[in-house]
Design a protein around this ligand. Sequence first.
Ligand code: SF4
Ligand code: SF4
Length: 340
Amino acid sequence: MEKFFSFQKCSATELDKLEAMQLLLRGVKTPFSPGANVAIKLHWGEIGNKHFLSPVYAREIVRWLKGLNFKPFIVDTTVLYSGGRRDGAESLRTAAKHGFTEDYLGCPVSIGDGLDGKSIVDIPAGYKHFSSVQTGKVVEQAEGFVIFSHFKGHMEAGFGGAIKNISMGLASRAQKQRMHADVKPQLNEKKCILCGECAEVCPTGAAVMEDGNFPTYDLIKCIGCAQCIAMCPETALRIMWETDFNVFQEKLVETAAAIWRLIRNKTIVINALIDIVTECDCLPGSHPLISGDKGFIAAYHPVIADAEAIKIIGSAAIDKAHPNLPWQRQFSYAREIGFI
Ligand code: SF4
Ligand code: SF4
């Protein structure tokens, strides 16, 4: 594996940060074939979040790629919870509200698992938790990737950087649920509109809806795939967040590792170490800083990019933000399964 990484320091002002990114990009060699369509995977921020990365940085990556005759597009996937990104149309409205528009960026803005969250693909994994993982189809459709991640804290993973941006960030809604918890569908009848979608998407016939009655879920037949939870338009099936934190780190890493096998020869990873707060861009509101702005890292491997980011900001900052979260398990498990 290519061990290359580079770090470009920045100073406090917005212009200096942008200059730091420009300098970083100038030193990065692209692994893409000529004219490739390149997905820039980023997070355009949940509604109400105050810390997502400004679109000015994404625009700089777009300019850089276009200058090299590649065809960039911006991508993110739909999420499990209601807010501003549960379905594709809603998520694109949130993106536009946060400045991520085709007009501003100079390239299309798209949803990697489709507007309805059904443009998905199962890819082999062969790991302890997942024999396969389900992702947005964009992992097959894009000819190259720039994984552009805002490095900051995270309430379950300890930190969120490139590993999480690939893993949770490219996963289908069902895979997102599988990472968070083992699934047993639980219906809230008050929210159910009897649309039948859960029974339609269930791959085993465990979810059944008959004669206009509420759906039922046969837990013997159920394989815990979470499709029903992912596709219910009313979030009438409870999303489960309870998790063993060690298992969560492992599942996060397995999903990233399986996706990485598909994209590793055509991907650049960039971590932005600016506005480093305790919580992820999925969480509305303002959050305390855990470090001053540091700069930007480019690498050809997400585990290297995240390890370098932690070296630069110091592991104590992560521990202080999220005491007792076993975030180090991401690195030890990545080594155990050969994802480094
Ligand atoms: S979790 Fe999967 S297998 Fe179980 S009821 Fe839902 S869709 Fe069917
Ligand atoms: S998909 Fe949701 S709203 Fe539709 S029948 Fe199933 S539980 Fe009810």
